[in-house]
Design a protein around this ligand. Structure first.
Ligand code: G1P
Length: 286
């Protein structure tokens, strides 16, 4: 399950008439990286939660015969294949969240599709580097314990208030059991500096908890509050990871992600790097 239903208010006016998930990160829309991450982890059935004016996400993962024909005739076989392959990455389904009532509510919209099965949730405004093993590591822990698993990353105290934060009980190297969690608690009251990041595996019992959750931070149905309720009935684990997360959820984070990915490309990275270094020098930044 990938959530892509947000209004994108942090990116206005760019997102007035287009979904933030379609903003390009170098030459692919942000959501394509998320779908590719899921596919690389072996997931072949993907449900994307969208909302009004997100139609271009559906079009992006569909065939586009006119374009394919044009590319083929123009002898641009590589581009043709890339466009065709996009439509066969996985079985991709869409369901709409009709009102922006929060992340917990967006997840609940998928209940009928998921049924009585465990599922992976990827938040659509962040993705892991192709070198990251986070999702497979989480799947292994889920296979071992049969319980929900969250992804956790240590962040500086001044940033913890932007995230869900957890009270961890260390188990082994990168594994903790989660004893409690709170949404967007400031550093003074956060249970630790371990932040919940946008990769989750849930047992289907999470849906009953979401149904019981009252509006929380920001008046929204918070997924974090539902997980806190789940902990009372079932153990919930956390996999702690260090690097490899690319955030596209805020303008500064989005720019950092683009720079990182552009620099890592063999074709455009070296020239772009020289340009950046030169620009920074010229502006007295380095
Ligand atoms: C959401 C979750 C939060 C989590 C964060 C990760 O917050 O509610 O618990 O830490 O994603 O990016 P949002 O970024 O939607 O405010």
């Amino acid at each position: 399950m990938i959530t892509a239903a947000g209004l994108g208010t942090r990116f206005l006016p760019a997102t007035k008439a287009q979904p933030k998930e379609m903003l390009p990160v170098v030459d692919k829309p942000a959501i394509q990286y998320v779908v590719e991450e899921a596919v690389a982890a072996g997931i072949d059935d993907i449900l994307i939660i969208t909302s009004r004016s997100k139609r271009s996400i559906e079009d992006h993962f569909d065939r586009q015969f006119e374009l394919e024909h044009h590319l083929s005739n123009a002898g641009k076989q590589d581009l043709h294949d890339a466009v065709v392959d996009l439509a066969s990455l996985a079985d991709i389904h869409f369901v709409r969240q009709s009102s922006p009532l929060g992340l917990g509510h967006a997840v609940s919209v998928a209940r009928k599709h998921v049924g009585d099965n465990p599922f992976v949730l990827l938040l659509g405004d962040e993705f892991m580097d192709t070198s990251s093993t986070l999702l497979p590591d989480m799947m292994r822990i889920h296979d071992q314990y049969g319980r929900s698993v969250l992804s956790l990353q240590e962040v500086p105290s001044e940033e913890i208030g932007r995230y869900g934060s957890v009270k961890p009980e260390p188990m082994s190297d990168n594994l903790v059991q989660i004893l409690d969690l709170v949404e967007k608690a400031p550093a003074a009251t956060a249970p630790s500096n371990l932040a919940v990041m946008g990769r989750y595996i849930f047992t289907p019992e999470i849906f009953d908890k979401i149904d019981k959750v009252e509006p929380g931070v920001g008046g929204e149905i918070q997924l974090t509050d539902a997980i806190a309720m789940l902990i009372a009935d079932q153990a919930v684990y956390g996999v702690v990871f260090e690097g490899g997360r690319h955030d596209t959820g805020t303008v500064p984070a989005y720019l950092e992600t683009i720079v990182e990915l552009a620099l890592s490309r063999d074709d455009i990275g070296p020239d772009f790097g020289r340009f950046l270094a030169e620009t920074c020098r010229r502006r007295g930044l380095i």
